[in-house]
Design a protein around this ligand. Structure first.
Ligand code: GLN
Length: 305
């Protein structure tokens, strides 16, 4: 496994030249486009690392599956899916255009920004501080990294410039999908996106989902299996935005990408995978990261289909 990962990183490193680092959040624009790294964690807890696996990056959209798990635990399925749908959009992750014509006006799924903002609005807590602490604690527990924290610079950078998400949140407030203060909800959303992780952290989260919500070390179910199934299904149908169909054919693994260039994958009952490659393709997915996953999936026959 170790040498296979190394080979795949070296073989696919040239792809970084064809991608671009996201800079609509100015702070993300500072990431090095040439980096490419991967970590695999298997069911036995063995960890394999290759390339630039040790850099840290923000979770961005990879926070969406976790916050969905917490929202489901806080509210149950019925309430959550009264605010957000279960269908892929075929539109970019930050798209606004379908919101106004949807009947009812709920965002199509929790993996796009509009749906994720609606899900974030459902997190319980007496104030934003407590709500964020609950999200961070879940991240820490599932990633097995008690030191995870927010990257303040990225958080403030997005808070300053996130007007498209602001537009989405105010629209959702107008149509009663979110309740309460739109700025507070956005603040919580920007914070969850700015949690700083490494490939190993997201590989551990992937492994946890692959294990159906069971903490292997504790031998304890932390999250109902059914909720992890819901989340993994969304990862398959919507996790790579409007490239999810292509990814399902070429890789065939539940996965969630973020604009930082990370991809978090859960291969059911087999492994968790974390990839980083900040240079993105036109859909906002790590261009070299997707290629590495294609190679790995073909070599180890990881497709769930
Ligand atoms: N924070 C980012 C945004 O809302 C997350 C998007 C992403 O990772 N695709 O734009």
């Amino acid at each position: 496994m170790q040498s296979l990962l190394k080979e795949l990183v070296e073989e696919n490193r040239h792809w970084v030249k064809h991608g671009k680092v996201a800079n609509y959040i100015p702070e993300l624009g500072k990431m090095d486009p040439n980096k490419l790294g991967i970590v695999v964690v298997d069911t036995g807890g063995k960890v394999y690392r290759a390339g630039d696996y040790d850099i840290s990056f923000t979770a961005q959209s990879m926070s969406k599956p976790l916050v969905l798990l917490l929202a489901l635990m806080d509210n149950g399925e019925e309430i959550v899916f009264s605010k957000v749908g279960k269908e892929p959009t075929g539109d970019p992750f930050n798209s606004i255009r379908k919101l106004e014509t949807l009947k009812p006006p709920k965002p199509l799924n929790p993996m796009i920004n509009a749906g994720a903002i609606a899900v974030t609005s459902l997190i319980k807590g007496k104030d934003n501080e407590e709500k964020f602490e609950r999200i961070l604690n879940l991240f820490r527990k599932i990633s097995k990294n008690p030191n995870l924290d927010i990257n303040k610079d990225v958080y403030l950078s997005e808070k300053r410039t996130g007007d498209r998400n602001r537009a989405i949140a105010y629209f959702l407030k107008d149509v009663n999908i979110i309740e309460g203060d739109a700025e507070e909800i956005l603040d919580l959303y920007f914070k969850q996106c700015s949690i700083e992780v490494t490939c190993e952290d997201i590989a551990n989260i992937g492994m946890f989902l692959a294990n159906q919500g069971m903490d292997m070390e504790l031998g304890e179910t932390l999250i109902p299996k059914y909720y992890t199934q819901i989340v993994k299904t969304f990862m398959v149908t919507c996790g790579m935005y409007d490239a999810s169909g292509e990814f399902a054919i070429n890789v065939g693994i539940p996965a969630k990408s973020g604009v930082s260039g990370g991809i978090m994958c859960a291969v059911p009952n087999r492994m968790g995978i974390g990839v980083i490659g900040p240079a993105l393709d036109s859909k906002g997915n790590s261009i070299a990261g997707v290629k590495v996953l294609e190679g790995l999936s073909k070599k180890l026959m990881l497709s769930i289909f």
